[in-house]
Design a protein around this ligand. Structure first.
Ligand code: SF4
Length: 419
């Protein structure tokens, strides 16, 4: 276990910090606790975690876009009890700095053991005792199909093939497109190099992020260990939903939680069916998904049917994948509209497609669920649902619609989106 979990609950937490198990965050429906799994969990432990969530909170669980697991509805009495039960499960959980690695174990398309390297990095960061910004993060991308290009990180390592074997492309501050590449490092030196980069951030201030630092400061501590960066081609978006091959010929199945949220009962039911059919692990994955394995291909169809019946998204073309929504009202105290309820109604009016996000429903202008622009953004305001085309939740709405009229208006509203 990476960090003591059963410390007294200290709320409210600092704004901008992460709502960890030992310091859950106040929301509209109680305290919210977040844990970042360090890799796949034993399926029994995952089921036990869901059972604890059902016992101690309102049973609503979430997987975030960055693959964190969240439980809602805790209170000052139940939160420490829940934390204690989770600690007893001895899950491998990221410490104060999430080191997020590619989610699929035994991925034949990956060229390095990401979980081993990520574990080494976590240990080195914990041992350094550096005081770092709460949201600072590191990504270790194995170079496989389920890549992490869409996730932002302060430091990102991506496995790349070279004539001398696999190496790591090191970049700072951004997602795969926006981060600044520093160079290529051999695997054995990656941890040492990342710690040098993190030390540069820590020396700047305790709340510094890589984006605050002059790139030359990183280059000056890293240059001697780096070869020049190689061109890394843009990759097709990673898609977790569906059957994925593992190294030994077995498979894993990926399913998404509807708008990132599911009831603990449904997660336990899915884990139970998977376990009966031979699965031994569950992994949270980016884009609000879960992977379960190892299974054979036929079992994949059985599990997909069961997951579909339980309300999970099992088809990458499902219209629910085209709508992203935060909890909104009443779950979030800042929410001015019931974002997820509206999202479900909107998705029902959208055609199935794999064209990406068409609509972002945001409970308020903060835009937590989708910080970037969407073809159509619906934002909660004091005047009802603000409508924004090709903008973020911060943008000035072009018009306002009553929440009750929104779905009737949706065909007109999404016309320019060509959805
Ligand atoms: S966007 Fe607003 S309503 Fe939605 S989760 Fe963030 S703060 Fe809450």
């Amino acid at each position: 276990m990476s960090a003591p979990l059963n410390a007294p609950v200290t709320t409210p937490m600092v704004r901008g910090a992460c709502p960890r198990l030992s310091a859950p965050m106040q929301t509209g429906d109680g305290l919210l606790a977040r844990l970042v799994p360090a890799g796949p969990m034993a399926i029994d432990a995952f089921a036990a975690l869901c059972a604890a969530a059902r016992r101690h909170d309102n049973g609503v669980m979430e997987i975030s876009a960055r693959d964190s697991l969240q439980v809602r509805g805790l209170d000052p009495i139940s939160a420490p009890l829940f934390a204690t039960e989770v600690e007893a499960l001895d899950l491998d959980i990221c410490g104060s700095v999430p080191v997020i690695s590619s989610p699929l174990p035994d991925d034949p398309s990956a060229s390095i053991d990401v979980h081993g390297l990520a574990a080494e990095l976590r240990e080195a960061i914990a041992a350094s005792q550096l005081i770092l910004a709460p949201k600072l993060s590191v990504i270790v991308d194995g170079g496989g199909h389920l890549h992490l290009d869409a996730l932002m990180a302060d430091i990102r390592l991506r496995a790349v093939s070279t004539a001398d074997g696999p190496r790591l492309l090191v970049s700072v501050a951004g997602d795969a497109n926006s981060a600044t590449p520093l160079g290529i490092v051999v695997l054995d030196e990656a941890t040492h190099l990342v710690m040098r980069l993190i030390s540069v951030i820590a020396a700047h201030s305790t709340d510094a992020r890589a984006s605050h630092i002059d790139i030359d400061a990183f280059r000056s501590v890293a240059a001697e260990r780096l070869a020049p960066p190689i061109e890394s081609n843009p990759r097709a978006p990673a898609e977790t939903i569906g059957l994925r091959r593992l190294k030994d010929g077995a498979c894993a199945i990926g399913v998404a939680l509807e708008f990132g949220q599911a009831h603990a009962n449904d997660l336990m039911a899915l884990a139970g069916i998977a376990a009966v059919n031979g699965a031994t692990w569950v992994a949270t994955a980016p884009d609000r998904t879960l992977l379960l394995g190892p299974i054979d291909e036929m079992t994949g169809f059985v599990l997909a049917t069961a997951a579909d019946n339980l309300g999970f998204v099992v088809d990458a073309r499902d219209a629910r994948r085209r709508v992203v929504a935060c909890p909104g009202a009443p779950s979030c105290a800042s929410g001015l509209i019931a974002a997820r309820a509206l999202a479900a109604e909107i998705a029902a009016a959208l055609p199935a497609s794999q064209d990406g996000i068409a609509v972002h429903v945001s409970g308020c202008t903060k835009g937590c669920a989708h910080p970037t622009a969407a073809p159509l953004t619906i934002v909660g305001t004091d005047q009802g649902c603000g409508i924004i085309h090709e903008g973020t939740a911060h943008a000035r709405p072009e018009l306002h619609v009553e929440a009750g009229d929104l779905v009737a208006e949706i065909d007109k509203l999404r016309e320019p989106v060509n959805a």
